[in-house]
Design a protein around this ligand. Structure first.
Ligand SMILES: NC(=O)c1ccc[n+]([C@@H]2O[C@H](COP(=O)([O-])OP(=O)(O)OC[C@H]3O[C@@H](n4cnc5c(N)ncnc54)[C@H](OP(=O)(O)O)[C@@H]3O)[C@@H](O)[C@H]2O)c1
Length: 242
């Protein structure tokens, strides 16, 4: 089983984003992949194994790439948990009249371009001769085939764009880094700051704690192999339509 293989994995792991799911994933991964040295990156966070990173700023990405190159090779596992649904007066749209260009641009900067530019920054650190994971948190609402409710224009579209960008990355790495596995993950609705304003409609008993969600996501990731690179999977391992 792939999960047991992590016990023998040596090198570095990186969690980007230190929000609800990022923090829980960092804790869970430390226990499940004890041979990997765990690093975090993001706008908030401190300590000797935290690198500053703002995915909306090219200069920050460049500084991050330099620091990562000095410290994080070989990089065996990356999980990007950065995401943006609401922030101040940026709120998910209920109707067309609420759509704003700056909100679309910010949502795409974090939810779509962010994970791809992160992949570009860390690509030189991925070993060619050992399996690696590059996972990123997407969302079921990014599925075009599964969109039955409408609304949330910017977030839905940016997650759909992330799915396309990372599918394209998976195809490129299949040729250039055949041991790399790219996975898009839907965590299920989880009690974090991101979901806090929208939990009223969540049926009782279906809201995950970050700890639960992190364990479930790592179990799904453990089942992923390079042959399955490019999958879009829910917390229970189910494939989500594009
Ligand atoms: N919670 C859910 O129900 C749910 C459902 C489906 C999908 N997801 C996805 O799961 C992921 C994790 O979300 P969460 O629930 O853990 O929410 P969260 O607690 O709000 O965490 C979001 C993280 O994204 C980071 N981020 C935002 N903008 C950034 C930027 N410019 N540069 C770097 N980092 C940035 C935040 O950093 P700061 O701490 O600096 O703000 C924070 O660490 C997101 O991609 C989200 O879309 C969540």
């Amino acid at each position: 089983m792939a999960e047991q293989e992590w016990r023998g994995w040596q090198g570095h792991a990186l969690i980007v984003g230190t929000g609800g799911l990022g923090t829980a994933l960092a804790e869970a991964l430390t226990a499940r992949a004890p041979g990997l040295t765990l690093w975090t990156a993001g706008r908030r966070g401190a300590g000797p194994r935290h690198l500053p990173l703002d995915l909306e700023e090219d200069a920050s990405l460049e500084r991050f790439a330099i620091l990562a190159a000095e410290r994080l090779a070989p990089l065996r596992m990356v999980i990007c948990t950065a995401g943006l649904l609401h922030d101040g007066n940026l709120q998910p749209e209920k109707r067309l009249s609420q759509v704003r260009r700056p909100h679309l641009e910010r949502s795409f900067a974090v939810n779509a371009w962010g994970p791809l530019l992160l992949a570009q920054a860390i690509e030189p650190l991925l070993p060619r001769d050992a399996p690696t994971h590059f996972a990123s948190l997407s969302a079921r609402v990014g599925s075009i085939g599964d969109n039955r409710l409408g609304g949330w224009y910017a977030y839905r579209a940016a997650k759909a764009a992330q799915n396309q960008l990372l599918t394209t990355l998976a195809l490129e790495w299949r040729r250039r880094l055949p041991q790399a596995c790219v996975t898009l993950l839907h965590p299920g609705t989880t009690a974090t700051a991101l979901s806090a304003p929208f939990r009223g409609s969540v049926p009782p008993g279906t809201l995950f704690t970050p700890k639960q969600a992190a364990q479930q996501l790592l179990t799904v990731l453990a089942g992923q192999t390079p042959e399955r690179s490019g999958a879009f999977l829910a917390w229970d391992g189910e494939a989500i339509p594009w």
